[in-house]
Ligand binder design. Structure first.
Ligand code: ZN
Length: 86
């Protein structure tokens, strides 16, 4: 009986060690990904554009490219809501 409980203790310790190792591996992977993302950012790659969709970036790009064109009269500088030709 003493042998069995000793073996069980060993197994418990092994299991705990394995869990610790798993946690360490997970943390290591997360850290590796985070460092890769930051190095990508250093290279000028905007991962947020991919991550959160392109809504904000696209809006900014449209404004930079000369603004939206009115859908009523197709002129820039205002939109269909404020169109004087409406
Ligand atoms: Zn207009």
């Amino acid at each position: 009986m003493a042998d069995v409980s000793a073996t069980l203790e060993k197994l418990k310790k092994l299991d705990a060690e394995r869990k610790t190792l798993l946690e360490a591996t997970k943390m290591g992977i997360v850290e590796a990904i985070e460092s890769q993302i930051s190095s990508l950012k250093d290279l000028g790659f905007d991962y947020q554009l991919v991550e959160s969709g392109s809504r904000g970036a696209t809006g900014r790009r449209e404004r930079k490219a000369g603004g939206r064109v009115c859908s009523v009269c197709h002129r820039s500088g205002h939109n269909s809501r404020t169109c004087p030709d409406k």
